[in-house]
Design a protein around this ligand. Structure first.
Ligand SMILES: [Cu+2]
Length: 296
């Protein structure tokens, strides 16, 4: 609106014209008026549920739930297809293993800023069928005075594999620490590993199923990446994972000096440096009891 007013003043018109010309030449790949308002552009639908008033759908980049860290987005639409940006959503995942049930580490479902989209992560401890377990969740929403729920929705959590597509890969680990507490550590990044220094991120949760409180801040994951097939060599310039308060995740650096199969050996330490789980690698010990696998 301001631009139009300035144009009316005449004297500014050439300046504005120049600025516009500059703007357009810089922006020729994405004309603002044609920008997509589709909140799920680039995402694949995992599933959707509808009742008399709303449709709730779950999405992510692969269209699948998978063992370990799984990012999920949700949309809520009314009967006219309009995306709702004031909904509240809850999803409670649970695995029924016959003799027992358990949930899994997860975040709340929160609003994505600036889009009618909601996000969460689930760190799935097991894949569907593992131990004859069946995953399902109760998904509920509130929009103003309207509320609904979709109960006992069976969800298919795929196993995670190395690049051969058949060998399972270790990306989430549950254990009892030296302090007798039960922990879950989940590898998040690197999602697309490359040769050189990669960001590495992980979550640490305490396991008190059905709740898995996120353990924020007071731990360190000491990192020692190794290539078992090449005399267990390591790499220089790795950085241990420490708490990143802004991103609410443990963050460090891992240097893959070549492609192949890497074992990311870890030691979980508390804020006094006490070892909670894991061990150092020595001449006689090739791996830590706490490790993740990356192959690329
Ligand atoms: Cu299970």
């Amino acid at each position: 609106m301001k631009t139009i007013q300035l144009f009316d003043k005449g004297v500014y018109a050439p300046v504005i014209f120049l600025l516009l010309a500059l703007f357009i030449s810089c922006e020729k790949d994405s004309e603002p008026e044609k920008q997509s308002t589709d909140p799920v552009e680039g995402l694949k639908k995992i599933h959707e549920f509808a009742d008399d008033s709303h449709t709730v759908a779950a999405w992510n980049e692969t269209g699948e739930f998978r063992l370990g860290y799984t990012k999920v987005y949700f949309t809520v639409q009314d009967k006219d297809g309009k995306y709702i940006d004031s909904a509240e959503l809850n999803a409670f995942p649970e695995m029924d293993m016959g003799m027992m049930k358990h949930s899994t580490p997860r975040s709340e479902i929160t609003k994505v800023e600036g889009k009618p989209l909601y996000e969460a992560y689930y760190n799935f401890l097991m894949y569907s069928g593992q131990g004859n377990g069946v995953w399902y969740y109760d998904l509920s929403y509130t929009v103003g005075n309207a509320a609904g729920s979709f109960d006992d929705v069976v969800i298919d959590v795929k196993n995670a594999f190395r690049p051969d597509g058949t060998t399972p890969v270790t990306i989430i680990k549950t254990f009892v620490g030296t302090d007798e507490k039960r922990y879950v550590v989940t590898l998040v990044e690197p999602l697309h590993p490359k040769v050189g220094v990669n960001d590495i991120t992980a979550y640490i949760h305490e396991s008190k199923s059905p709740e898995y409180p996120a353990l924020e801040g007071s731990f360190t994951l000491k990192l020692d990446p190794r290539m078992p097939s090449m005399e267990n060599h390591s790499s220089p310039n790795n950085v241990d994972l420490t708490w990143n308060a802004a991103e609410k995740i443990y963050r460090g650096k891992v240097n893959f000096s070549m492609t192949g199969y890497w074992k990311l050996n870890l030691i979980l330490q508390d804020d006094s440096g006490n070892i909670i789980y894991g061990n150092a690698i020595t001449d006689g010990i090739e791996a830590s009891s706490l490790f993740f696998e990356v192959e690329f």
